[in-house]
Design a protein. Sequence first.
Length: 335
Amino acid sequence: MFHGASLMAADSATKRDAVVVDEKTETVIKGALKWLVSKQVANGAWGSSGEEQRYAVAMTAYTLMAFQAAGQLPGEGEFGKSVTLGMQYLLDQISPEGLIGNRNGGQYMYSHGIAAIALGELYGQTKSPVMRPKLEKMIRIIIASQNPEGGWRYRPVPADADVSVTVLQVVALRAAKNGGIDVPQKTIDNAVKYVKACQHPPSGGFAYQPGRDPGFARTAAAIYSLQVCGLYDDPMVRGGSEYLVKNNAKNDQWFTYGNFYAAPAQYMIGGETWAKWYAQVREVLLKNVTPLQGGFYYWEPKLDAGMGGVGPTYSTAVYTMILAMPYHYIPLYQR
């Protein structure tokens, strides 16, 4: 089993409850979900043009996480139909052996990981008998492709590893485990060893790979992966959280990607850390959101300095998920 939550969990949950979604933020969340629905294509996917089309599996998975964060499930809620269509699209993309993603790209396990997370969370809340065998195959692929050091990289083979790909696989394993799918404890223990090996002791941050320089996004991914393995109060997690606070650049190249992990990581830290983090990121997101006629809202990918992000679907999905976190709807983020 995953390591148990600490005795401080109940107190942390109480403090997290003090952070609420205000009326203005709720209006933006609802408008962003409406915008995302308007961008869904006929086959249920998101990512209909440019780079986003190339990564339609990942874009669909990120978008489904945003809907779940706002309490929308397949067939339930105002946007339940869209969630059902998106879920079915992902299920239809899974190969007979259990792989999903951009097979012609060099970063296969990114899409596989985020899709497994989205489907794992949906399975945990729906217990769909149709979904389970496909999800089990996806999880077996992840387990089989863990490298000897405990990490994962771009392709579904046990070769080299990095924190960025590793965190997605670890979170997918946790989501599946929560839903009742078997995950060997050895797989989790080895993943923890790899992530800890990526720590940069002088700063408390984490590197892309062991021995390299630390960074904001890398640290967020690392401590989040440790938390989902149950190490909520590990000194490395606390140190990483402090690193994030000290290095929280609003125009970082990896702002969107980094905050996708930093937000749930700080949420699980709880208390003043989460309250201050949410207030700061909410201010930035509300300042940069684009309103449209009809109550629609979306974000251009302009917060990622010098990079431009993948596209507005990605940025809108991630930012909506972050803003909706105080609703406490995603089980994966609960301690």
